[in-house]
Design a binder for this molecule. Structure first.
Ligand code: TUI
Length: 312
């Protein structure tokens, strides 16, 4: 049930992929999601290739299933990380925060599937033209680095504009969101925040707890003035960042303020001065369970939704 083109493309059981979150999506989470029948994705973030190499080695020990790596295109190590993923023949690559165009061709030669994350119809079209296998269409509900448009408005527009499969992301954490995404024409979903709140995610317990405690309006966008908006959970860091922005601080000053803040939250569990990246759906997430349970619950709820709809 709910087998889509994404399952065949990625050789996975369920059309559910895990967002490749910097610091939070390590080998343990990646392998757990892949072992549960989804696609786990390691978040390369700003890490150099030697760090990612160790993680890939661990993933290969933990699972025989397909997995992916997310490359953050603003990373200073983007070229060496891409070289590593090529050498290691990582089965799937997703990209974020930029235009993946120039990297696609070489991966196609070795059968790596490349799936750029896009915030607009225009970028989705360009990615199709240069040979992307699918796109993740991410709405502004998502956590971390975000675009302007909502998942609800953006996904159907991209579906109509391109012929490769679309995976919806941003604001999805359960079977209702999964079914909504399929209704919009997506053939899969990407979940980030939901997979942070799992037993296998190695993020600090305080980070997971901040998401569990969050209410509907707690995940706010910061950095709009910089051209790189980032959604994080409201805390002292978020408020100070917004204040600095309002005071007219320049890009350099704002960047300096943000350096190290994600690590502080995810690794050190600093919920006051850390950057707790999380999506608007945080308010819906009230528990920490294992990845297998997350996927099972989504699929069961999706079946219930389908039954309800068929009675209308
Ligand atoms: O990339 C993400 N989410 C992220 S990356 C990240 S690490 C980071 N930390 C601080 C500042 C910036 C990044 C945390 N979360 N999601 C995928 C995504 N990509 N969302 C939006 C975009 C995007 C935005 C503009 C992709 C392309 C783009 O423009 C490209 C172009 O050249 O037109």
């Amino acid at each position: 049930m709910f087998r889509t083109k994404i399952c065949d493309l990625l050789e996975i059981e369920y059309p559910i992929i895990q967002g490749g979150m910097a610091w939070a999506a390590t080998s343990e989470l990646t392998a757990a999601v892949s072992n549960a029948g989804g696609l786990g994705i390691i978040g390369c973030g700003n890490a150099p290739s030697e760090v990612i190499k160790k993680e890939i080695t661990k993933i290969k020990e933990l699972t025989d299933k397909p997995y992916g790596a997310n490359v953050m295109l603003l990373s200073p190590f983007v070229d060496e990380v891409m070289d590593l993923l090529y050498e290691q023949k990582v089965p799937v690559i997703t990209t974020g925060a930029g235009n993946a165009g120039k990297y696609i061709e070489r991966f196609k030669k070795i059968g790596t599937k490349v799936i750029p994350v896009v915030p607009s119809v225009d970028l989705a079209r360009r990615m199709e033209r240069v040979g992307a296998d699918a796109v993740v269409v991410e709405g502004t509900e998502a956590g971390g680095h975000i675009g302007e448009l909502t998942t609800m408005a953006l996904v159907p527009q991209v579906v109509d504009a391109i012929n490769i499969p679309v995976i919806a992301a941003g604001g999805i954490a359960d079977g209702r969101g999964f079914m909504a995404a399929l209704s919009l024409g997506a053939e899969g979903v990407q979940l980030g925040t939901r997979f942070v709140c799992t037993t296998e995610c190695t993020a600090h317990m305080s980070y997971k707890q901040a998401i569990v405690n969050a209410k509907d309006r707690d995940a706010i966008a910061t950095g709009r003035s910089t051209g790189h908006p980032v959604r994080i959970i409201k805390n002292k860091f978020a408020k100070d960042f917004l204040k600095l922005e309002k005071s007219g601080a320049d890009l350099e000053e704002l960047e300096k303020f943000g350096v190290g803040s994600l690590r502080r939250a995810v690794i050190e569990g600093d919920n006051k001065y850390g950057s707790i990246m999380a999506g608007q759906i945080s308010g819906l997430i009230n528990d920490i369970k294992d990845c297998k349970q997350v996927i099972e619950d989504i699929m069961n709820q999706a079946k219930e939704v389908q039954k309800t709809l068929s009675r209308l």
